[in-house]
Design a binder for this molecule. Structure first.
Ligand SMILES: Cc1cc2nc3c(=O)[nH]c(=O)nc-3n(C[C@H](O)[C@H](O)[C@H](O)COP(=O)(O)OP(=O)(O)OC[C@H]3O[C@@H](n4cnc5c(N)ncnc54)[C@H](O)[C@@H]3O)c2cc1C
Length: 490
């Protein structure tokens, strides 16, 4: 039997990869149920593509560079923005029904975008529509086998090459499966932070596995914080905090503090639609100064249920009627621009191991991601990766003679995990400083259980990157940064 390509993760990146492989068997593994696990399902705002006659891929690229503070890889940005429209066509061909108006797709404006170019589906249920459609396609494709509730906790290696995965299935059994290539499409790291918009399975498991296999990480310090998630402690809001999408601010909502003062006035020319890092830090500082922050979205009024059905339902579930009430919000870890260094076909620095989607870093987002660019990233680079695997040359027989070994670490649980998460939040949150990061890294390293845990390995790697980058760039903000001369004079 021909060994399969093993894809770990069934969000938009893993699904797009799987659907683009035609000539090889595929084994698709997901930690939860197909279409129910990962961040993709929770995406509300939508997916960016230049569409209007006055817009263009070049404008989209300019906005992407501007959000990413120019740290972006120009070739990756060119691929992303120039292939956006054909990728929307591909998603539609897979059965994704984007919302349409009389003149074509309904387009929204989001923070950092110079034009209306966000396509959405089911109003604010874009991620759910996408993941449901792609999962249906995957389930129908004879060459793809899906294993649900399959938690990959080790990579298998022969010599320096990754050649498979160790999987824990729902019934507690452990299986070792070998494949021609292993693709990590495991999503981000939000679950490592005390406050996050991500579901718990986005906990850096794939990043930790890649690092332990020797794959080079890159730009780990760049973590995007979303400025508006529902405040914890509000009724039963727990670790994963419901997101109040930027599209709500795009529709006219604005941020106020407890005195009713608009907090983004005078902060940035785009005001409430300024890039996420700027808004998130402003909200964080309000809390630091003892003020709460609210989203005033009352002007959306009677259009709420139809325009933002998911967010409206979330608010109502939590006892808030956004047509009348202010929505209490905090910032939360949302998206990881850093990850395993990967080229435009997902190749990492380790043979046999590819990475795509949020776990990967090809620098398309630079130091900060432009809103609605990550679903696009998952679909575009997933497809490229899948097509390139179809052309991959089989590994030579001498590879099979090397002894099989397993790499990876166990996960934390309970109080140890909660303590680590709150330490990560306070030292690697929207504002950082060296001494606090250094002390926290020391505490992790001194505790052998923490230091050898999967979460501890990722935390230490991010701390090292965040300490090494001493200047503030994009989403990485150092309170103790030495100001550049121009800033100091301003
Ligand atoms: C609330 C929210 C709203 C967002 N809104 C938008 C938006 O409007 N537009 C936009 O562009 N982006 C948005 N994003 C970001 C975007 O959703 C994600 O970046 C993107 O979906 C990531 O896709 P992915 O395929 O890389 O990973 P995910 O969709 O997170 O999928 C990860 C997969 O990996 C699996 N997995 C993880 N670890 C393991 C393991 N050890 N073993 C087996 N399987 C594993 C999971 O089960 C899951 O199937 C949003 C994110 C959130 C959280």
């Amino acid at each position: 039997m021909v060994p399969p390509v093993i894809i770990v993760g069934a969000g938009i990146a893993g699904l797009s990869t799987a659907l683009s492989i035609r000539r090889q068997p595929v084994l698709l593994l997901t930690r939860g149920q197909l279409s129910r696990s990962g961040a993709t399902r929770w995406a509300q705002g939508g997916i960016a593509a230049s569409w209007l006659p006055e817009d263009s891929p070049e404008h989209h690229a300019r906005d992407t560079f501007s959000a990413g503070a120019g740290v972006n890889d120009p070739v990756a940005v060119d691929v992303l923005t120039s292939q956006a429209r054909e990728t929307i066509d591909w998603l539609e061909a897979q059965g994704v029904a984007f919302d349409r108006g009389p003149e074509g797709p309904a387009l929204c404006l989001e923070g950092g975008h110079s034009h209306r170019r966000i396509l959405h589906a089911g109003g604010d249920s874009s991620g759910r529509y996408i993941v449901d459609a792609l999962s249906d396609r995957v389930a129908d494709r004879p060459g793809i086998t899906c294993l649900e509730h399959a938690h990959v906790d080790r990579l298998l290696m022969r010599g320096h090459r990754v050649c498979g995965v160790r999987v824990r299935t729902q019934d507690g059994r452990i299986r070792c499966i070998e494949g021609t290539e292993v693709v990590l499409a495991t999503g981000g790291i939000g679950g490592l932070f005390q406050w996050t918009s991500n579901p718990p399975e986005c906990d850096g498991a794939g990043l930790a596995l890649g690092i332990e296999a020797g794959a080079e990480p890159r730009d780990l310090e760049f973590v995007q914080f979303h400025p508006t998630v529902l405040k914890p402690g509000h009724r039963d809001v727990q670790h994963r905090l419901p997101l109040i999408s930027e599209a709500v601010r795009g529709a006219g909502a604005f941020l106020v503090d407890d005195t009713g003062r608009r907090i983004m006035v005078g902060e940035h020319p785009l005001g409430d639609l300024a890039p996420r890092d700027i808004v998130a830090r402003r909200v964080w500082r309000s809390y630091r100064d003892g003020n709460s922050v609210f989203l005033d979205a009352r002007r959306i009024d009677s259009e709420w249920p139809q325009r933002f059905p998911t967010i409206f339902a979330i608010c109502m579930e939590h006892g808030l009627d956004p047509r009348r009430d202010l929505i209490p919000v905090v910032p939360a870890a949302h998206f990881h621009m850093g990850g395993l260094k990967a080229d435009l076909e997902g190749r990492t620095s380790v043979a046999g191991l590819r990475a795509v989607g949020e776990v990967a870093c090809n620098r398309v987002h630079g130091a900060n991601r432009l809103a609605s660019n990550s679903l696009l990233e998952g679909a575009i680079f997933g497809r490229r990766l899948g097509l390139s695997l179809d052309d991959a040359v089989p590994v030579g027989a001498d590879h099979d003679e090397q002894p099989l070994r397993q790499v990876g670490s166990d996960a934390l649980a309970g109080a140890a995990l909660s303590t680590l998460r709150s330490g990560i939040w306070s030292t690697l949150g929207p504002e950082r400083e060296h001494d606090a990061m250094h002390a926290f890294a020391g505490r992790i390293s001194a505790d052998p259980i923490l230091a050898r845990s999967r979460e501890g390995i990722v935390a230490l790697a991010i701390l090292r990157s965040a300490m090494a980058r001493q200047e503030s760039v994009g989403a990485h903000y150092r309170r103790d940064a030495v100001p550049a001369i121009a800033d100091a004079q301003a």
